[in-house]
Every structure is written in structure tokens, then in C-alpha cells.
Design a protein around this ligand. Structure first.
Ligand SMILES: [Zn+2]
Length: 515
């Protein structure tokens, strides 16, 4: 008996040696489960674009709301989890990952190229199986929730396979696009933004979904009426903001469904004796990071953390069988908590700047923001362009009150609210937004405002800098992200490891045998 066991071990070792291991060699800490028990109810909360700066800024913001001179942090729910880890995020072809290769890494445990989802980077075709597909095979119910479109990279990483993340509709080389893959996934609950940004195509995919047996809801009333007899569900936000995504939390009306609503209903519908795997993504933390809009980012962080409370409540009812994991997929924007020029900026809060250049922060300024950069584009800049059609008649003075109301930036001549340097930056941005034809984009242009509306991005940057937040990029960065865990087998998520290890840790906690 013993001898046979040893021979078997030897064969396994040989096979392992000769088949090689495609997994990244830097992934050494798969932290497999030692103890007994299986994670039966698994929540994976993904904050797209979140690294320590993003949650740390949110915690400073909360503290500053209590007291502007409160040099402290108010902790979020997930930063109080008992286990924290750090994860590096490079992909198969770059130190800076995109959300497609990042999603593939934690959903399927493999490195691939940016823009690819769950396919081998060497042929763009050989599929990888996701943790949600393993869970589905094991008889668990599957829920996918996102504030952005449901075919966006992060949600798609749990059901999709494609060499091109933008292939939602099918192409010559890949006839079955991500939207069709979604409705054919058989997953139990999809909720959040539209399936795809295009309204006509979105309707078409929902028709297919209904034919395949999904209950589809598009209004809060229909959504609230869903119950455990509703079968498989696709629940969409009634109003969408940009590219088929839900509104930024800062712009959401009280009558709009929120990430909290979609999470609560998901738990209600997915709860069953065979367990569930539920992914909840706050996708616009990333979008706000791309646009350098800390106010929009922080409010989306807060609703993400609020949705997490529902998972914690569920854990409290099933503590021996529930695992909650919170991760970021990569950092976005090169967000820094601290900015070189902050000490030189006057602050009406009266907080002393005598700590020296760049050591001061005024997070109370962020509380004055009432709109995201997108809402400012749509509600202020575009209507102004339509109202004053002749570019030579457009004056920044016309927007002073809107800018003050939206971002707390007072540009009136007597105001001490902004420095001369900042005022000049805003005026340059205004001219770029309003004068036509615009200059040809060059390097300076890209650094100044990326691909965004110049005035909006400059206003958020100036307000952020006054508060003490600096940005280095309009893209992702390679800085490590954090992971947090609470519940059964939480301990395996500690340490500094590769993003592909998230998949192996989840599989181990759920007791799945994976390649
Ligand atoms: Zn991402």
C-alpha cells in the first residue's frame, strides 16, 4: 500500500516535470488550504483600478468630513479584514496590465496579453477555464455584478474567451462575441450596466437572453419584484451614463438602483444549499482614475464598501462556510496621496501649511464636489457650447458659478481659492475646450489632459491638487495592488504574491481540483 503510494507520487512528479508549468514562475505562494472545510459561499469584490492610494484617500476623506484637522483615517469595511496581501499585476506582455489580462489572471490563474480574456497569449485561442466555470460545474450558483457594461473586461473574465476584449458582437475570426457568450453562459444572475454600450445591440442581446430563459428587468419596479421563483436573471440599470455604464455614485439619483441594490438582490437570488460564487465589481473607480477625478472615485469606493456590508451580513449568518475576498486588479492614474504644490495653495479652512512644501492635505475640499467630470461635460460644457455657438464669444466668466457649484473652485478675481498658477492652467484648458479648431494633439497636450475634455480634467486636477492628491497618468500603472480576505480559509490570502495566485487560492478554498 505504502509502496504503491510512493510510486504514484513519483509518477506524478515525473509528469509534472516533463509537462512543464505554464504558470508564471514568479508565482511561488499559492498558499493552498491546509485545514478542513470548504468555502461554499464565495464573494469576490473587485475594485477596478484600486491600489492603496485609492482606499487610503477614501479613508482620509471620511476622516476629514468629521473634522478638517483630523489627522487620522476612518477605516473602510474591507481594510479592517483580518488578512491583507499585496499582489503584483504585470501581464504576459507588459509590466502594466489592462483589465482583460488582469481579469484573466485572477479569474483563470494564467498570464495573458492585454486585451485578451481567458485565452493563451501564444495562439490567442486556447481557452482557459475560469473560477466561476469551475464553481458552476460544482453545482454552485453564479452571480456577476458590475457598475459598467456586463461585457466589460472584468465581468467578461468570468465567462468569456476572446483575443479581443472589444469583440462584443462577434467578428470574422471570432464569430461568437462576448455578448453571446454571456447569454449562453448559463450563469444565474447578471446585474449592473447594460450588456453592451450600443442600445440597439443591447436590446438584441436581451431578446436572445429571454429566449434562452432569462428573466430580464430594466426598471427598479421590475427589479424589486424579482424573487427566488424568477429563475435566471439579467437586471440592468434603467438609466446609463457613459458607454452603457451605471452612473457614478456622485451623479446617481436616489431613484436609480445602486451597486448596493444589485448586490442585495444577488445574495437573495443566489442563496441555495449548493452554495454560490458572486463577483461584484465597482468598474468606475478605474474610469474616474483614468480621468483623474478623485471625487467621483471616492464616492464609488464608498458605495463599493457599502455593498460589501451585505456580504459581511451574509458571513455573519454563515460564518463557517463564507469567504469574502476583496481585490484591486491594477492601479489607475498613478494616484498619489500628497502633491508637491499643495503647501503653496491658500486654504479657507485655515489649516496651517507650515509643515513645509507638499506635506499638507485638505481633503475637505473634495467634499465640495457635486458632479463627476462626465456630468460636468454633459450638464455644463456641452450645453454652453450649444448656447454660445461662436467660439470667440465664449468666456470662462460665464462658467464661474457652475465651476464653483461643481468643484468648489472659486475663480472670481477677489478669491484666494486658487493660486495664479492654477488659474492659468484652468484658463488654458478652457481655451482648449472652447476654441476651434483645436491644436493638434502633441506630447504636451497628452500630459495636460489625455483624451479628456480639457476643462473638466483640469478642474478636477486642480481641485485634487489643492486637496493634496496628485496624478501621474491617464492610464494604468504597475504599482502593486492589495487584497483582503475574511472568512473560511482567509489566511491563505496573506503575503506578497502574483495576481494569478488569486485564482489558485480561491480554487483551493473551494476545494476544486484545477490545472
Ligand atoms: Zn481594470
Amino acid at each position: 500500500m505504502k509502496k504503491r503510494f510512493l510510486i504514484a507520487l513519483f509518477v506524478v512528479a515525473l509528469v509534472f516535470q516533463f509537462t512543464g508549468c505554464e504558470k508564471d514562475t514568479s508565482a511561488q505562494n499559492t498558499g493552498l488550504v491546509q485545514g478542513k472545510g470548504q468555502a461554499k459561499y464565495v464573494f469576490l469584490f473587485v475594485a477596478d483600478g484600486m491600489a492603496p492610494s485609492q482606499f487610503n484617500a477614501t479613508e482620509y476623506y471620511l476622516a476629514s468630513k468629521d473634522n478638517v484637522t483630523n489627522y487620522n483615517i476612518n477605516r473602510l469595511n474591507f481594510t479592517q479584514f483580518p488578512v491583507a496581501g499585496l499582489t503584483n499585476t504585470h501581464d504576459y506582455g507588459s509590466l502594466i496590465t489592462d483589465s482583460a489580462s488582469a481579469g484573466t489572471a485572477f479569474a483563470s490563474g494564467r498570464k495573458t496579453l492585454s486585451s485578451m480574456i481567458n485565452v493563451d497569449p501564444r495562439d490567442g485561442r486556447t481557452p482557459y477555464k475560469s473560477i466561476a466555470e469551475y464553481a458552476q460545474e460544482a453545482g454552485m450558483k453564479i452571480g456577476i455584478v458590475s457598475t459598467v457594461t456586463l461585457t466589460h473586461a472584468t465581468p467578461a473574465a468570468f465567462y468569456g474567451k476572446t483575443a479581443n476584449r472589444n469583440n462584443t458582437e462577434g467578428s470574422d475570426t471570432e464569430p461568437v462575441g462576448l455578448a453571446q457568450q454571456l447569454v449562453e453562459s448559463g450563469f444565474d444572475y447578471f446585474a449592473g450596466g447594460w450588456i453592451v454600450p450600443n442600445s440597439t445591440n443591447n436590446d438584441k442581446h436581451l431578446d436572445t437572453a429571454r429566449r434562452l430563459g432569462y428573466t430580464v428587468t430594466r426598471t427598479p419596479a421590475a427589479f424589486n419584484a424579482l424573487n427566488r421563483n424568477s429563475g435566471k436573471v439579467i437586471a440592468l440599470a434603467e438609466r446609463v451614463q457613459d458607454s452603457g455604464a451605471m452612473h457614478y455614485e456622485i451623479d446617481r439619483r436616489s431613484t436609480d438602483l445602486s451597486l448596493v441594490d444589485f448586490t442585495r438582490k444577488g445574495i437573495e437570488l443566489l442563496d441555495n444549499p449548493n452554495g454560490f460564487f458572486m463577483m461584484v465589481e465597482a468598474g468606475k473607480i478605474d474610469w474616474a482614475g483614468h480621468a483623474n477625478d478623485a471625487g467621483a472615485l471616492i464616492h464609488d469606493m464608498l458605495i463599493f464598501d457599502k455593498a460589501l456590508e451585505l456580504a459581511i451580513d451574509f458571513y455573519n449568518r454563515h460564518p463557517k462556510e463564507t469567504l469574502i475576498v476583496v481585490i484591486g486588479d491594477h492601479e489607475t492614474g498613478g494616484m498619489g496621496v500628497g502633491w508637491a504644490g499643495t503647501a503653496g495653495i491658500p486654504s479657507e479652512s485655515g489649516v496651517s501649511a507650515n509643515l513645509g512644501m507638499g506635506y499638507s492635505m485638505y481633503f475637505d475640499k473634495i467634499a465640495k464636489q457635486t458632479r463627476s467630470y462626465v456630468a460636468f461635460d454633459e450638464e455644463i460644457i456641452n450645453p454652453y457650447r450649444e448656447r454660445v455657438t461662436n467660439p470667440s464669444q465664449r468666456r470662462i466668466e460665464d462658467l464661474y458659478s457652475d465651476i464653483l457649484e461643481s468643484f468648489g473652485i472659486d475663480l472670481r478675481p477677489a478669491s484666494l481659492n486658487v493660486s495664479e498658477f492654477q488659474r492659468n492652467q484652468i484658463e488654458i484648458a478652457f481655451r482648449r475646450s472652447m476654441e476651434q479648431p483645436v491644436e493638434t494633439p502633441d506630447e504636451g497636450w497628452r500630459v495636460f489632459h489625455g483624451s479628456y475634455e480639457p476643462l473638466s480634467v483640469k478642474l478636477t486636477q486642480v481641485m485634487n491638487q489643492s486637496a493634496g492628491i496628485g496624478w501621474t497618468s491617464y492610464s494604468h500603472t504597475a504599482t502593486p495592488v492589495a487584497s483582503f480576505a475574511y472568512g473560511i480559509h482567509q489566511e491563505i490570502f496573506g503575503g506578497y504574491y502574483d495576481n494569478t495566485d488569486i485564482f489558485f487560492k480561491l480554487a483551493s478554498a473551494m476545494n476544486f481540483k484545477v490545472d
